[in-house]
Design a protein around this ligand. Sequence first.
Ligand code: FHN
Length: 409
Amino acid sequence: MAKQVSAQGLEQFQDNRFGMFIHWGLYSILARQEWIMHIESIPVPEYEKLVPQFNPVKFNAEEWVSIAADAGQKYMIITSRHHDGFSMYDTQLSDYKVTNTPFKRDPLQELADACARRGDVKLGFYSSLLDWHHPAYRFREESGLAWSDYIEFLHGQVRELCTNFGDLASIWFDGDWPRHQFNETNAYFKAGGDFEYDKLYDMIHTLQPDAVVLNNHHEAPIPGEDIQGFEQDLPGMNTAGFNLSEAQEMPLEVCMTINDHWGYHDTDNNHKSTRSLIHKLVRSASLGANYLLNVGPTPEGEILPVHAMRLRQMGSWLKLHGESVYGTRAGSLSTPEAVVSTQRGDTHYLHVLDDMSDGVYIKQMPDSITSATLLRDNSPLTLQPYEKGYFIDLPRGLRDPYDTVISLQ
Ligand code: FHN
């Protein structure tokens, strides 16, 4: 039987509910998102010219981790190597890496140290399965290399990630989706064999027993994958065209951008409002999913101030309402469209996301529930039998501008 994350690791993952996703790499310099190498068909030697330009003098690991902690995010997943093939840490398996730039430092090591110092945010790594730079991935014919050379590199890098950075939250794979979406003959995407997931996942679960494995292949998870991921949509929805599979009965994670791109894009000002970000977080939680919210730092190494501000606003809301998010599981109450629920044991939380009516009508209430309070300050709310269910009065003055949370005990 395939190894899995420990029961404790899986519980912890679900309890965390909110994480920071970070897309940062050479592509950030061009400021036109992380796919720029492919979109503009930039040849490898041209793209490599970015290496001597990478010098993020404003990068401060403590600052990034403190933004995540202030936001109430319990883990951060950063790109160790995206599709462009550039390693953002001091890998021993390639010279195409961040420590060979003018920056010289290893930002992933600095983040691992900052996380360890604080202890309230855990680090995890994104790893691209496909690689537009590695000769054994994209240029096997020209280089005479074999697919097995690429597998050795990929597995070797994952071993490094699992050995050199302390206890990890997650290893997050990406890039095995193109088999469905792209022409099999396109060398940008074409894998030369399988990724030997059995061995890969087994190694992760052995070296990092509490870290969850996610593979963002947009299909139902296979053995060894501990959680199911959804991209840019809530489980069960597919407005972005990625989510081809149904939500499984297992822990879930939704990843979304804070604006319209993953990697830094200098003309993308479509920053989501704090309100809509909180709504995505609680809607995810109500469906049993964590919310992994992405930021794309600048080439200088800064999380955009507008993003830091919104994250911190989410954190301020969570300070008063975190009980209804952290450690909860999917809601089981049948609610009106503008209301979702989460639950911990016998306590249910109603998240009122819109102020359309005077209160909330719940069709069916478990018998165990006898009282309702406003979570923010414990003020009592009236819970009146109405038709076949219950009506909870919610005066305008008590509403929260983002999400009014009612605790039902
Ligand atoms: O192609 C990537 C994309 O650049 C980004 O990393 C997202 C994050 O979920 N995943 C891929 C597409 O599925």
